[in-house]
Design a protein around this ligand. Sequence first.
Ligand SMILES: Cc1cc2nc3c(=O)[nH]c(=O)nc-3n(C[C@H](O)[C@H](O)[C@H](O)COP(=O)(O)OP(=O)(O)OC[C@H]3O[C@@H](n4cnc5c(N)ncnc54)[C@H](O)[C@@H]3O)c2cc1C
Length: 310
Amino acid sequence: MEEQHKPPKRVVVCGGGVIGVCTAYFLAKKGAAVTLIEKSSIACAASGKAGGFLALDWCDGGPLSSLARASFNLHRSLARELNGPQSYGYRPLDTLSLSITESEPAHGRRLSSKLPSWVDGPSGNARPIGTTETTAQVHPQLFTRALLSKAMSLYGVEVVIGKLERVEVEEGRVRAVALEGREVVEADAVVLALGPWTSKLSLLSSLFRVYGLKAHSIVLEPKEPDAITPHALFLSYYSAQGGKPLDPEVYPRPTGVITYQGISLPLCGVREVQPALDFALWTWKVVRPFGTPPSERIATLGSPRAWSRV
Ligand SMILES: Cc1cc2nc3c(=O)[nH]c(=O)nc-3n(C[C@H](O)[C@H](O)[C@H](O)COP(=O)(O)OP(=O)(O)OC[C@H]3O[C@@H](n4cnc5c(N)ncnc54)[C@H](O)[C@@H]3O)c2cc1C
């Protein structure tokens, strides 16, 4: 009887990316009184720019196998529960691996009947690596925001826009979190989900290292979005300059855009955007019948010659 009158645990989740929002949603659904703290806006970082690609069995054989499978299946059931196809672009996908060789002519012949019709450049070795049973996608920003909106309306999660400065610990137990500007939010438990910023908290950086990699994400609007089929493409991209192939990924979204992802680089200056733009320009030749040329789309960054001065 006494148990029933216990106040719910006050949990403060810090970080409004997909990890923080999902943690907040499921803890609140289980009965915790959750406050989510985000310094900028929900899904403003990687969680808003990612490919949103989901795979059932790509971690098989490794330590994350059961987690990845559970996550894939949870996405499927959440999409049913939350009207995922309409509210955040959940859909199963076919997934292909293929190679592109920059030195071959841009208008090469179609080398494989497995290729979707919107890929007509110098690509080869197309091979299925996922089916609609084993691969899927969400629009990551819409997913994160839709889940938070349900967490707030169904389970009372509160959102505070503020920057976590430190976690206050007393006698080995978390007591509160302090936000910049001195506001303090009391807590029985704190979850830190700050993505690559996690290591900025001395509490954690002394225990383990969390670091970020820069990955590029470019969004293009095709002129004929209906012609773009639900196929995710994993490319091996052989540059005319030689060297190791790059491994960008192409994800058409049900919202009518195509995102190009990848080319991870160590975190450094803004100049490093150049390889991604070069890559986008070339890849465009492979899918160009359906889009606006990047020289127009990337007009705000200037001409390709100007990019080297970015
Ligand atoms: C280009 C790209 C493509 C990707 N594609 C895929 C994919 O297809 N499939 C896949 O599964 N994964 C993909 N990923 C990885 C995936 O996006 C990340 O693993 C995931 O988004 C991490 O989420 P997060 O919540 O941990 O971090 P983040 O999204 O980085 O969120 C951290 C949040 O914490 C907030 N924050 C930071 N410091 C503070 C503070 N002091 N106080 C309050 N708030 C703070 C930030 O503002 C941010 O909103 C991709 C990543 C990138 C960059």
